[in-house]
Design a protein around this ligand. Structure first.
Ligand code: GTR
Length: 386
């Protein structure tokens, strides 16, 4: 294919990892661009969401299914030495392929007398990271710290919605709900969408639990879980906040920069994460009708937080920052402050002023106590927790 001078110039810029200006990206305000928040919500947002459904994450066959059930399997009002009430809840559903379900682990702070706000972590690591007995306590999910600060600490394991390997989509929610004639359509949901769907069903449960304030739930995930948290927040406007920890390629990072993990590489190694149509953009990022700054903008006017780690080049920290920065025009339509400069901040200097939060943590690809400390501070500002 013959490449135009402009493309060559852009390829050169990306290869050297330079900053991207808004002009090199699809217009975050849409095509044609909207000029106010009302138009954004009426046309800009739905059109952008549709592009992500069609080309990137795929389309859910069902949202809240009829007959969704919640069963409290276990309740301990004296968990965490009396600081929390633990509930283990089975969320179950039925579809053309039979029955399915997953377990939600919820710690509600006993000290909070009104419905409490909370964090819903999409866990993509070993289950020991989210041990409900709390014999194991790992910084990936510092449930005690979250509860102490007056928040619900909730989590589920992604593999119960869809295993992280099945290319035939013959397990979990795919087995329950998929009903395609012939080949799987190019825009059929895949694994990341299935995990995000689970987060929305957890939110359905919170709406039924009087001890939880379902209007103040932040959905959070790390890495592949971070990609999922952003998609959950974009798709389901009931999430009051979305937090992306080191989400990288097809999470917060701009695809067009081609830094670290690329679209072709992620589709090759994790072909089950995104819809079939996404493979059309292998080595053709410039042809993608969207880029990831638009995913972040779909969360507006709700607060969103993007975090990177200094040694996580694979996730392209600068590309993550710039996507958050370039979501700004949509936040400004609502009169809200976002990130102010197009330059990556220094490590350990969190930016919490506006509705788009960001920090670059010193260190490796991980979700750490430092990261959680920042998320709690940001949530305190927006959820009005003292
Ligand atoms: C990596 C993958 C990333 C990231 C990470 C993770 O292997 O390339 O996109 O999601 O896994 O989830 O830990």
């Amino acid at each position: 294919m013959k490449r135009s001078g402009r493309h060559l110039l852009l390829a050169g810029l990306f290869a050297s990892g330079q900053l991207m200006t808004g002009q090199e990206l699809p217009n975050v305000l849409g095509d044609p661009p909207v000029s106010n928040s009302k138009e954004w919500l009426k046309t800009g947002r739905p059109k952008t969401l549709e592009l992500f459904r069609k080309h990137v994450y795929g389309r859910n066959p069902v949202e809240r299914p009829d007959g969704l059930k919640f069963q409290v399997l276990k309740e301990d009002p004296e968990a965490m030495e009396g600081a929390a009430t633990l509930k283990e809840v089975r969320i179950s559903y039925r579809g053309v392929g039979g029955e399915g379900g997953f377990k939600l682990i919820v710690f509600v702070p006993n000290a909070v007398k009104e419905p409490a706000p909370g964090f819903l972590l999409i866990c993509n690591r070993d289950r020991s990271n989210i041990d409900p007995t709390r014999r194991e306590k790992i910084d990936f999910w510092p449930a005690e710290m979250i509860v102490k600060r007056g928040y619900v600490a909730a989590t589920f394991h992604n593999s119960e919605l869809s295993t992280d390997q099945d290319l035939s989509f013959n397990n979990g929610v795919h087995q329950v709900f998929d009903d395609y004639e012939g080949d799987r359509p190019g825009d059929a949901w895949a694994t990341i969408a299935a995990w995000a769907w689970g987060a929305s069903r957890a939110l359905d449960y919170f709406e039924s639990d009087e001890s939880v304030d379902a209007d103040r739930i932040a959905v959070i995930g790390h890495s592949r879980g971070g990609k999922t948290a952003l998609w959950a927040g974009a798709n389901d406007e009931r999430f009051a906040m979305a937090i992306s920890n080191n989400s990288g390629c097809t999470g917060a990072a701009l695809a067009r920069r081609r830094q670290g993990e690329t679209v072709a590489r992620i589709n090759k190694v994790f072909p089950h994460w995104f819809c079939g149509n996404y493979k059309n953009f292998d080595e053709r990022e410039d042809k993608l009708p969207v880029d990831q700054h638009q995913l972040i903008a779909l969360i507006a006017p709700r607060p969103v937080y993007v975090a990177s780690a200094s040694q996580d080049a694979w996730a392209d920290p600068e590309g993550e920052y710039l996507a958050a920065y370039h979501a700004g025009p949509v936040y400004r339509l609502f009169g809200l402050k976002s990130l102010e400069v197009a330059t990556l901040p220094e490590p350990q200097k969190p930016l919490h002023e506006g509705h788009v939060g960001y920090h670059l943590r010193e260190g490796k690809h991980d979700l750490t106590a430092y990261d959680w400390t920042q998320y709690l501070a940001f949530a305190d500002r927006h959820f009005m927790v003292k």
